[in-house]
Design a protein around this ligand. Structure first.
Ligand code: FES
Ligand code: FES
Length: 164
């Protein structure tokens, strides 16, 4: 099956098994390795990309369903050699550990901030429902996102939590 889609602003063609998961097209022939291939079951969010304006796990989308679709990966969120604001905030707040979850989180959170420049702590938490992190702990990730808000809330970390 032949499929044509747009990935990070470039027209791309795929000719093969329509059941091929988008994550395999991205990380294979297209050499876009930002989206991570972790659970392949839609649970972890590490493979999240934007498809037609929505954050979606790329492991769950067969390429055969994407003819004419617009796909944006984490690589497409900033100019080459530049950092997306969420990436910079993660660095500034020292939240990067193994990093497997971050490309998906950057896509999800950039989408949130595009729609809502002043998210509440609860809204950031809700946005991250589909993105799992096994290393850093979510509070510092949320603090990083809130630092980008124009009406930042003060951190509300539970008293018992120790920074990792
Ligand atoms: S690899 Fe797609 S959700 Fe985990
Ligand atoms: S930094 Fe390791 S899973 Fe999030």
């Amino acid at each position: 099956m032949s499929v044509t889609l747009t990935v990070n602003g470039q027209r791309r063609s795929f000719d093969g098994d329509p059941r091929t998961p988008l994550i395999d097209l991205l990380r294979g022939p297209l050499h876009l390795t930002g989206a991570k291939d972790v659970c392949r079951e839609g649970f972890c969010g590490a493979c999240t990309v934007m498809i037609d304006g929505q954050p979606v796990p790329a492991c769950l989308r067969p390429v055969g369903m994407l003819d004419g679709a617009e796909v944006t990966t984490v690589e497409g969120l900033s100019a080459p050699d530049a950092l997306n604001p969420v990436q910079q905030a993660f660095i500034d707040h020292d939240v990067v550990q193994c990093g497997m979850c971050f490309p998906g989180m950057v896509v999800t959170l950039s989408d949130l901030l595009k729609a809502n420049t002043t998210p509440s702590r609860a809204e950031v938490k809700a946005a991250l429902t589909g993105n799992l992190c096994r290393c850093t702990g979510y509070e510092r990730i949320i603090d990083a996102v809130l630092s980008l808000s124009t009406t930042e809330e003060p951190p509300q970390r539970p008293a018992h939590e120790h920074p990792v």
